[in-house]
Design a protein around this ligand. Structure first.
Ligand SMILES: [Fe+2]
Length: 241
């Protein structure tokens, strides 16, 4: 259970948190949030374990993958939890720019967590497209090769920067799209990620340097298409219009 005392510890996490702490007088009624914290502020998200041993991946460095999960992803889960608890400390006297900054970071970090969980979960396979998603890709792009050319090219276009390439199912009309998501936060509205490829440099730099094509090749050879198919099956009947 997260208490108000826990929140006060949480807001010592940096300059923004310190600024918030200074702006909030420690008197009764400084926040309307009661103990225990309601779910929106609880900050209790847990790290999802890798569904395979990193050493089992073909052509992807074990240490790089382990660090990616244990440092980058795990660190972001902790940061999201602290940020949610920090939001519980805001009140009517909080400067709008403080709240705006935290809310922007909230969506960036929440999306980072979600996309990383999709990324790790959609690896560990044989890289051979099959099933309903393969048929859907053929229908949308004319062939799997056409789709893969665009998917790889979209990844390469993000080289040297940061972002994601996400094969996305539109919950509006059931269409498929390869979406480039910059900064974790630019998503296709009502889009369900089917296949996520991390193009942040921490995902490949240690092993592949600037040669992103080799990283993308290794990624494609490890895609778990069973997982991608299950994601599609969850939503294939949804067309919200
Ligand atoms: Fe990452």
């Amino acid at each position: 259970m997260v208490t108000r005392r826990d929140i006060m510890k949480a807001i010592t996490l940096g300059t923004v948190g310190a600024a918030i702490a200074e702006s909030v007088p420690e008197v009764s009624g400084w926040t309307t949030i009661q103990d225990p914290l309601p779910p929106a502020y609880a900050g209790t998200r847990k790290v999802k374990d890798l569904p395979y041993a990193p050493s089992k991946l073909k052509g992807l460095d074990e240490v790089m993958m382990t660090n990616h999960h244990a440092k980058n992803y795990t660190g972001t889960v902790g940061a999201v939890n602290k940020l949610e608890q920090t939001l519980a400390t805001l009140n009517k006297d909080t400067p709008p720019f403080v709240r705006a900054g935290l809310k922007r970071r909230q969506i960036i970090m929440m999306n980072s967590v979600i996309l990383h969980e999709h990324y790790f979960d959609n690896l560990g396979g044989d890289g051979k497209p099959a099933g309903k998603v393969s048929d859907a890709i053929k229908a949308a792009w004319g062939s799997v090769e056409n789709w893969e050319t665009e998917f790889r090219g979209t990844g390469a276009s993000l080289a040297g920067g940061s972002g994601w390439v996400v094969l996305t199912y539109s919950l509006v009309d059931g269409s498929l799209h390869n979406i480039a998501q910059d900064d974790h936060s630019v998503n296709y509205a009502l889009g369900r990620p089917l296949l996520a490829m991390d193009m942040y440099e921490h995902a490949y730099q240690r092993q592949f340097g600037p040669v992103v094509a080799d990283y993308i090749k290794a990624f494609m050879e490890n895609v778990n298409w069973d997982v991608v198919n299950k994601r599609l099956e969850q939503v294939a009947s949804i067309k919200l219009g």
